[in-house]
Design a protein around this ligand. Structure first.
Ligand code: ADP
Ligand code: MG
Ligand code: MG
Length: 875
């Protein structure tokens, strides 16, 4: 027997999500738990992979199997696909392993044609319902399967409503809807050059194909890249018998969460619409009622739903996000999944579940997605300023956060303005999945329509972006590029601020204050700290950054970049004197002016960090970065340095490099000018000695030589360091220890790590440069072509954001092994951007590094990621 590509819901379970997708696996799980689920089957993700392997076609054996399962569903439901007296209608729904809300497409009411619709009308005695279902089907099929413009069909509905003088879709009569069906089919034929397919079996296979194809649509690709979902997972397709929320006033459809997805509060939370179908609730077309109203409207259904919701939460031991439909007073469950939630809600739910005895602490640590914490670590509005600021409107607090920026009205503008370095707030009537890229770059999102479960709200919460939705009084005029709330008018480019925790909108930019870790956040982080095996340091150049890192829990400084200390106006002059110096003596004089500044900076760092490690990297960038480029600056600085313009120009000319990234920088500077290393060593050692004396801390400075590719480069500079440090320590009569190590960022250093390790006390992998040098492209230039690589799936993710484990990772791993074998005392860390990226942190854990170091704001993310890695893969 060949591969089985189709499973009845009753044949699956929740652990089969790789094969059945999340939606299919959970529909199976609910079916087996005896919940009221309309029956159907799942076409597997393997069938999707096969579709792509076969050149985007569905193999005959797969379509045969689909029809065989259709027959089983006919038997289960007692209805017949395509039969006009007793028709079986189905939905065709996508569902991949990871939930990707709204990213791929769904088709409802499939199986209708001109004859079947009449049969359905007769059977139900409800022609309005039958024609409403039919027009929805044609609309979705044209859009999803044939990729015809959605707006054309919406326009036909709007024109019809105008002619009839009505506002709501629900006011359209059976006759109106029948007329619309005619207009839709005519439009279809005009666009397609063919009749709308009347044969249900053709409709079905076309729809399945469309779902497979939608796995590769641009918005799904963008979503996957943002969420690190691999392209080769594919999507499953669920074919499910329809239940109808649009069959009258005792029917409806809704979505609900077992806890509040914005705050985590333990209370059923959701919305529904009477006489509506599928996407109506989330599309934001009509504003839905809160779930609590259902208690009055249909008490029995409400009770049953509350009961099921509780059962599901107990079963999955996590907050559930559920879709349901009521058909003629009968409740059906259409989906359940672990609900997407804000970072604050994720923390509260995880900690509450522990307190409720539902899960152990370790499980709670696994429940919070590390990178989500980002939204809690950035500044919030200052409470005092908020009190004084004028509120121009109040919508729903759909996704928390503090957003300040300039108003734009389209996702494209949001992206363009963002690329031009501006901060924007995206203002829309409502959002749709096509807006995803603009939403991702906006500081915040404001919509006029849509509830807490609207597209904008769900996606914003998923991205950790601030969102205020459903601000009903706001009138958005896309044509004039402005919106009005009462008599306040805001135009494109005007500044506004959103408070995603209250729903307040302010008509100005507002200042923010730093975040702190307390309450649930703090409890969960403590649990995480108890589990992790990696240490977490911060990259910090100033006492201020060091303090920020420390407040967020860093255990050391993994990278202090000393050149940042030279750019202040009071210092850069001495630096320039040093660069234009013609003799060693002149250079030493200039360096002597820099020394006290540098020593003062280091003292500040050592005081904040106490006995925790501080790794100080010696001067790294090419010297031309410190010299002026503009004509007028050159003249001014030449005068200041007491040299002619031409002489300074000659120096600048002399420092010109074709490829500065691979030029005269890093250890190469100290090899050329050992007096630089000598001055820096003096500053480090004197600062450490001074702080020891002042505070009594046992400070042990760590000196890091950058960009080493050959052990002799390292030993050459190390000798300068050791001679200088030894002399100073002896003069002070101290027994202070210090270490000298290197930043591993040149492939050759990794290849010869055994030789270097014999001389070095530590390795710190500088994976930014190591990535550039290994791939052979620079981070600053790669932006120009990486998008082509993503589009053509050559690369799926940015190697500067997520460590390339196969290539760069292999070098790191090799260096770790060679290094440890040669020097068992060697300690190992990483200080590139990757040190704060959760998947890269997991990799560092796996290969046995001692620590990761990242920007202060990512320290909590790294702490949590390290804990999760330790739980999944203890070492
Ligand atoms: P998404 O993943 O975008 O939520 P879904 O496949 O869940 O897409 O479906 C979209 C909407 O259609 C949901 O509101 C869902 O509840 C509804 N729906 C899907 N299948 C059926 C069905 N068989 N009967 C009634 N409604 C359905
Ligand atoms: Mg859904
Ligand atoms: Mg570097």
């Amino acid at each position: 027997m060949g591969t089985k590509y189709v499973y009845l819901f009753s044949e699956g379970n929740k652990d089969m999500r790789n094969l059945l997708g999340g939606k299919g696996a959970n529909l199976a799980e609910m079916t087996n738990a005896g919940l009221p689920v309309p029956q159907g089957f799942t076409v597997t993700t393997e069938a999707c992979t096969r579709y792509y392997e076969d050149g985007r076609r569905i193999a005959p054996e797969i379509s045969d199997e689909i029809f065989a399962y259709m027959a089983k569903i006919e038997a289960i439901t007692g209805k017949k696909f395509g039969d006009k007296n007793n028709p079986l209608l189905v939905s065709v729904r996508s569902g991949s392993r990871a939930s990707m809300p709204g990213m791929m497409d769904t088709i409802l009411n499939l199986g209708l044609n001109d004859e079947v619709v009449e049969g359905l009308a007769a059977k139900t005695g409800n022609p309005r319902f039958a024609y409403d279902s039919y027009r929805r089907f044609i609309q979705m099929f044209s859009d999803v399967v044939m990729e015809q413009p959605k707006t054309e069909y919406e326009k036909l509905i709007d024109e019809m409503k105008d002619r009839r003088g009505i506002k709501q879709d629900t006011e359209l009569t059976a006759g109106d809807l029948k007329e619309l069906v005619g207009a839709f089919k005519a439009r279809y034929k005009q666009n397609q050059g063919a009749e709308f397919p009347a044969e249900p079996r053709d409709q079905l296979i076309e729809a399945v194909r469309a779902v497979f194809r939608s796995w590769d649509n641009p918005r799904a690709n963008t979503y996957r890249r943002m969420n690190e979902i691999p392209y080769d997972w594919g999507t499953a397709v669920n074919v499910q018998s329809m239940v109808f929320g649009n069959s009258g006033d005792t029917s409806g459809t809704g979505v609900a969460f077992t806890r509040n997805p914005a705050t985590g509060e333990k209370a059923l939370f959701g919305e529904y619409l009477i006489n509506a179908q599928g996407e109506d609730v989330v599309a934001g077309i009509r504003t839905p009622s809160p779930i609590s109203h259902l208690q009055d409207q249909m008490p029995d259904v409400y009770r049953q739903f509350v009961d099921i919701a509780q059962k599901l939460e107990d079963h999955y031991k996590d907050m559930q996000d559920m879709e349901f439909t009521i058909e003629d007073g009968q409740l059906y469950m259409l989906q359940t999944r672990n609900g997407k939630r804000t970072a604050a809600a994720a923390l509260k739910v995880a900690v509450d579940l522990v307190d409720e005895g539902m899960i152990p602490e370790q499980e709670a640590v696994m429940r919070v997605e590390p990178k989500q914490l980002d939204s809690l670590l950035h500044p919030q509005f200052d409470a005092e300023t908020l009190k004084k600021a004028a509120v121009i409107g109040k919508g729903l607090a759909a996704s928390p956060g503090a957003a300040s920026g300039q108003v734009v009205f389209t996702a494209e503008d949001a992206a363009a303005w963002h690329n031009a370095g501006k901060k924007v707030v995206l203002v829309r009537l409502e959002t749709s999945p096509e807006d995803i890229e603009g939403m991702a770059v906006a500081q915040g999102i404001l919509t006029a329509r849509g509830g807490m479960t609207s597209h904008a709200a769900v996606v914003a919460r998923g991205m950790g972006t601030c969102c205020v939705s459903g601000l009903g009084e706001m009138v958005v005029d896309y044509g004039k590029k402005q919106f009005t709330i009462g008599d306040v008018v805001k135009k494109e480019g005007d500044f506004i601020s959103l408070d995603g925790s209250t729903g307040n909108v302010y008509g100005q930019a507002l200042p923010t204050v730093a975040a702190s870790i307390s309450g649930d956040f703090n409890r969960l982080m403590k649990w995480a700290d108890g589990l992790r095996q990696l240490q977490v340091y911060a990259n910090a150049d100033t006492p201020h950054d060091a303090k920020q890192g420390s407040d967020f829990g860093s255990e050391g400084i993994g990278l202090c970049r000393t050149e940042h200390m030279f750019f202040e106006p009071s210092r850069i002059r001495a630096m320039r004197e040093m660069i234009v110096a013609k003799t060693v003596d002149e250079r030493k004089k200039a360096l002597a002016k820099i020394l006290p500044f540098q020593q003062g900076d280091f003292e500040g760092l050592f005081e904040v960090m106490g006995e925790r490690p501080v790794v100080i990297r010696y001067l790294d960038p090419p010297l031309h970065e410190f010299l002026p480029q503009k004509e007028e600056d050159i003249a001014e600085i030449a005068a200041d340095l007491g040299m002619t313009v031409q002489a300074l120009k000659n120096v600048i000319e002399g420092l010109h490099e074709f490829n500065p990234m691979m030029g005269h920088r890093g250890v190469r500077l100290s090899v050329s000018y050992p007096e630089i290393a000598e001055m820096q060593t003096t500053a480090v050692i004197q600062a450490a000695l001074a702080v020891r004396k002042k505070t009594g801390y046992n400070v042990v400075p760590q000196i890091m030589i950058p960009l080493v590719g050959e052990v002799k480069e390292f030993t050459y500079v190390k000798r300068v360091v050791v001679e200088t440090a030894g002399r100073l320590i002896a003069e002070a009569g101290s027994d202070m220890k210090y270490e000298v190590g290197t930043m591993m960022e040149i492939p050759r250093a990794c290849l010869t790590a055994d030789e270097i390790a014999k001389e070095a006390d530590f390795f710190s992998f500088g994976t930014n440069d190591l990535t550039q040098m290994t791939f052979g492209f620079s981070r600053d230039d790669a932006g120009k072509f990486l998008d082509y690589y993503y589009d053509s799936k050559v690369y799926e993710s940015d190697p500067f954001a997520h460590l390339d484990q196969k290539g760069v990772g292999k070098l790191v791993q090799m260096a770790v092994k060679l290094g440890r074998e040669a020097n068992p005392h060697l300690h190992l860390g990483i200080c590139g951007e990757h040190g704060g990226d959760p998947t890269s942190v997991a990799f560092c854990h796996g290969i046995g590094l001692d620590y990761v170091s990242c920007s202060p704001f990512r320290v909590p993310i790294a702490r949590l990621a390290a804990a999760q890695a330790a739980v999944k893969n203890p070492r």
